[in-house]
Design a protein. Sequence first.
Length: 155
Amino acid sequence: MIGGAVAAIFIVLIAFIIIVQIIARELGFQIHGADDFTSWSVAASIFFALAHTFKKGAHIQVTLITERLRGRSVKVAAIISLFISVIAIGFLTLSAAHLLYDNYQYGDLAQGLLKVPMWIPTISLFLGAMFLFLAILDSFLAAIFGWDQTENTNE
């Protein structure tokens, strides 16, 4: 739920930046770096929303195989797909952590008009991936142990 709220804040920030840019253009000046902040906010809103939309069941799901299964095989297929997802998103989270560390360690700067340290916008990639990893891990463990997920739908 936190990720969804943070994503919503970044969407509001995008709208605010765009409105300020429109007003500035009408007044005859330009805000340097606004395009960079807008693109980083778009990326942040996407990454922070991943876990929230996963828990709400709003991600695109391919059910060509699972809709043909019956009984216990549905649960087995869900556990296998969640296990693969845990591994894949675990690697994504680890890679994002390495990227964040490298950006910080080497002092990488943005290539735009403003020289922003790249570790700052990279935080959203890492945190979004970590939130998604935790959400998928939670669903994986719930599928294995048969935990009721109806009360966790607001996360």
